[in-house]
Ligand binder design. Structure first.
Ligand SMILES: [Zn+2]
Length: 436
């Protein structure tokens, strides 16, 4: 592992992410403070008045037009920094070799999804504001929770429309994993191959769905390049999230976080609305203030959110080692995944505290009792079928990859690698398992 290279890459990525968030916040503050938000709201109202829609929908159309323009402008302004942070840095550090056209295509697709999610979220939140001016934040949070549960349940049924999924075909590995699932007491969970075929390759696994739709997905990159022992430990880690009901716990926490964010937005609108000339809580010209307040609340909650996530991940690691009895496979898998994504071995405490949804990989080995399974500096073999990893080089895995651990307690997958933005109050965002 080249820690200096990993640290340089991750440090630049973090700085770029902070800068991107700052630019977005500055845009919202400028909108609210300059009076441009009021002008945009009036233009949206005039345009909506020309549309042949019932009066009942006029207010929603105004909100949709406003949110569409603001979110699209935000994505346009974000483009240069996103280009640097996601394309230039990845190529400079050898994480990806994809072409500029591919990246731009992905950014355009993600923009369509984000703008659509933003617009729909704003329409729903402002409908709640008009219906319950005093308690809309509670109604919006509960509605987001219901939608999240429904989307989580349905996600495995929708995914085959977006990706190529098929039952795991390798008979020997399949028998091993089915036996593992039975030992975990989760016989109803299916295991499927998830063909991403993307650059960079993504050795990853995901526990998706809830109830009868729950299943474990293993990406083609994981199946192609990792040993059967390593894959078994990865699946055991995912099963731990099932056994411990982590998906439900995460959804419950996110509902609470959404309520806090929406409450902060309510407080800001009530406090600053008169000063900004807002006609009321449901005046769409106050949207930038609501988003800034909700975003600030989520930012303050981030250490708690990450702390909870790291605890769940540590427990899942320990469970995986206990269930499989293969600490060496966990160790080798983590080391290889970390090398692929240029994950830092020892980030600063402050960095981990603020931005790590998973513990640093070296801490995970210690917590899972697997630190002694590989000697410092040793790298595992890339044996493909069966056998614990040994001690040869990491190979081309060094130059690819993304997040440093296969786990994504993701409740739903998306058509593009970038998630839609959270709604205006920050609710119903994607799960927070991607390491920074
Ligand atoms: Zn996990």
């Amino acid at each position: 592992m080249n820690e200096a290279k990993s640290s340089g890459y991750r440090r630049r990525r973090r700085r770029t992410a902070v800068l991107r968030a700052g630019v977005w916040a500055a845009l919202l503050a400028a909108l609210a403070g300059s009076g441009l938000s009021r002008t945009l709201a009036e233009v949206a109202a005039r345009a909506a008045a020309l549309a042949p829609v019932p009066d009942l929908l006029q207010a929603s159309l105004v909100v949709a037009g406003y949110a569409f323009v603001v979110s699209l402008a935000g994505r346009a302004i974000d483009l240069p920094l996103a280009w640097y942070g996601e394309f230039v840095l990845d190529r400079r550090f050898g994480v990806s070799r994809r072409h500029a056209g591919d990246w731009l295509c992905g950014y355009a697709g993600a923009t369509v999804l984000r703008v659509a999610a933003w617009t729909a979220g704003a329409v729903l939140v402002y409908a709640a504001m008009r219906g319950w001016p005093a308690s809309w934040w509670l109604a919006a949070s509960l509605a987001a929770a219901v939608l999240t549960v429904a989307a989580t349940h349905l996600a495995p049924l929708v995914l085959p429309w977006l990706y190529h999924l098929r039952p795991l075909e390798r008979p020997a590995l399949r028998r091993r994993l089915e036996a593992l699932v039975r030992r975990a007491g989760a016989a109803a969970i299916g295991i499927h191959e998830w063909r991403l075929g993307s650059d960079p390759p993504r050795p990853n696994a995901a526990l998706v769905g809830i109830g009868s739709t729950r299943r474990v997905l293993l990406t083609d990159a994981l199946l192609a390049d990792y040993s059967d022992d390593e894959i078994e430990v990865v699946v055991a880690h995912e099963l731990a999230h099932h056994v411990h009901r982590d998906v439900w716990k995460t959804m419950a926490y996110e509902t609470l976080a959404a309520a806090v964010a929406c409450g902060a937005a309510q407080w800001a609108l009530r406090s600053l609305g008169p000063w900004l000339g807002l006609a009321g809580i449901a005046d769409v010209a106050g949207l930038p203030i609501a988003v800034l307040a909700g975003g600030a609340a989520l930012l303050l909650l981030a250490p708690v959110t990450n702390l909870m996530s790291r605890r769940l991940e540590r427990r899942a690691d320990r469970y995986a080692v206990d269930l499989t009895g293969k600490p060496e496979a966990l160790a080798s898998g983590l080391r290889r995944l970390a090398a692929q994504s240029l994950a830092e071995e020892r980030p600063s405490r402050v960095t981990a505290w603020l931005s790590y949804s998973h513990p640093p990989w070296s801490d995970r080995l210690v917590a899972a009792g697997a630190a002694a399974a590989v000697s410092p500096g040793a790298s595992p073999a890339r044996g493909r079928r069966g056998g614990a990893a040994g001690g040869s080089g990491i190979g081309r895995a060094d130059r690819s990859g993304r997040p440093p651990w296969p786990c994504r307690r993701r409740r739903r997958r998306r058509a593009h690698p970038r998630a839609p933005a959270a709604g205006p109050c920050g609710s119903a965002g994607p799960c927070r398992t991607d390491p920074r």
